[in-house]
Design a protein around this ligand. Structure first.
Ligand code: SF4
Length: 421
């Protein structure tokens, strides 16, 4: 990366490497660690001081460092489908491969003592059952109750009126599950449940979300765009995986302050910003140069990704019983990110807030709902390019052809002109 990388992005990466090296050393010394999906209540693990690795974070590391394919091959050798939710499966394969999957710069993913997921879809449930049945690891799986009463503009009210927005019946279900998880974590950690600790973790997580919201609003209003999306993703997400710590909160504040400095100085990602784009979907981990390519060739900057904006709008929960508040934080991510009308309204609102000229929409085989998001944006007058690819498995990805198609779309629908050569 060039020197203009955000200090806070570098610092988040440095911290993450140090944290992971420590976690690996502890796991080798026999301390139980957990592997959890992104959408389960990490805060409860933190309250018991059980170290956890986020499954999707690991996949992004493996995919960007060339270790995804060997993991997926191991999954196939175990007799499981190689192409069912690769993003959620890579870590399983890496653990099956053991020391052979030593990821450059990071090392080996330790074998967890416990895995936890929500059953967002049948596939996610099945593949976590493979952790139990093939690898022999204890599994805790949350049910996934559906939304029956979508709320308009959920992002305006969910932080305070979460009981209403999320719905009491769904919260009751997850709280009952959290009460089942508590004895599991007590057994693994040798500690008793401490509600005061959880309250403090929730408070710090709320403060972190507030800083993320200020940062998002700052970026939305800034002209030109002061920061690359490839910087904001790690600078937001690595602290997200430490949500509920002072470090996480302070990193979110530092990110805000660094971007504010850039806005103040009038710094832009490119000298001549000619198109503002939104990136919808997960990061394209194995081809992060994609974003830089369009900045350089078209002056087309990516002003938005869900990583910062869901951190800004999706996490704060004020007041109430901490277990209920925690449950309400994790119920409903799939519908806010992928299902109409909650997801579609949010994306259109975000596109308008950020003044985008077009949207590149990454659509993978899972999750569903992409068509409704594309349609809602097009109906709002925003051109969309649908990029069909898996975000973690590059085996069927052709970088040159994808770039050519996006370039055509930029020229024909966004009316962006290429740089003169
Ligand atoms: S990209 Fe989607 S699945 Fe992956 S961590 Fe983010 S929200 Fe979760």
């Amino acid at each position: 990366m060039t020197d203009d990388r955000l200090r806070t992005a570098r610092e988040a990466l440095r911290h993450q490497r140090e944290w992971f090296a420590e976690l690996r050393a502890e796991a080798e010394a026999g301390r139980p660690v957990a592997l959890v999906n992104a959408d389960v209540p990490h805060e409860l693990f933190r309250a018991f001081d059980v170290p956890y690795v986020v499954n999707q974070w690991w996949s992004s590391v493996a995919a960007s460092r060339g270790a995804a394919q060997s993991g997926l091959d191991a999954v196939a050798r175990a007799g499981l489908p190689r192409d069912s939710e690769p993003y959620n499966t890579i870590g399983l394969g890496n653990v099956l491969n053991g020391d052979a999957d030593d990821v450059p710069g990071w090392g080996v993913l330790p074998r967890p003592a416990l895995v936890a997921t929500d059953r967002t879809g049948d596939v996610t449930g099945k593949l976590f059952e493979a952790w139990r049945d093939v690898v022999g690891v204890e599994l805790f799986a949350f049910e996934s109750a559906v939304q029956t009463a979508p709320v308009e503009e959920w992002w305006q009210t969910v932080a305070d009126q979460w009981e209403h927005v999320v719905g009491s019946r769904r919260i009751d279900l997850m709280v009952a599950e959290l009460r089942e998880l508590i004895p599991v974590l007590e057994r693994i950690s040798g500690r008793a449940y401490d509600e005061t600790a959880l309250r403090e973790i929730m408070r710090l997580g709320n403060e972190q979300a507030e800083w993320n919201r200020r940062t998002r609003d700052l970026i939305a209003a800034a002209r030109p765009l002061p920061v690359r999306v490839t910087d904001t993703i790690p600078a937001v997400m690595l602290p997200q995986w430490h949500r509920g710590t002072e470090w996480g909160r302070d990193a979110a504040r530092a990110l805000h302050d660094e971007i504010a400095e850039r806005v103040e100085a009038g710094r832009g990602v490119v000298a001549d910003e000619r198109a503002r784009l939104m990136w919808i979907g997960r990061g394209l981990w194995f081809d992060m140069d994609f974003y830089r390519h369009f900045e350089e060739q078209y002056g087309a900057v990516f002003v938005w990704s869900m990583y910062l904006s869901i951190a800004a709008d999706g996490y704060a929960r004020y007041g109430g019983d901490p277990l209920r508040a925690l449950a309400s934080r994790f119920i409903g991510f799939p519908e806010r990110l992928y299902v109409a009308p909650e997801a579609t309204e949010w994306y259109v609102d975000q596109a308008q807030q950020h003044g985008v000229d077009g949207v590149v929409h990454l659509v993978s085989d899972d999750p569903r709902g992409g068509w409704a998001i594309t349609r809602a944006l097009e109906e709002a007058g925003i051109p969309v390019f649908v990029l069909r690819a898996d975000n973690a498995d590059e085996s069927a990805y052709d970088a040159a052809s994808v770039r050519a198609q996006v370039a055509d779309w930029l020229e024909s629908r966004v009316e962006a002109a290429p740089a003169r050569r």
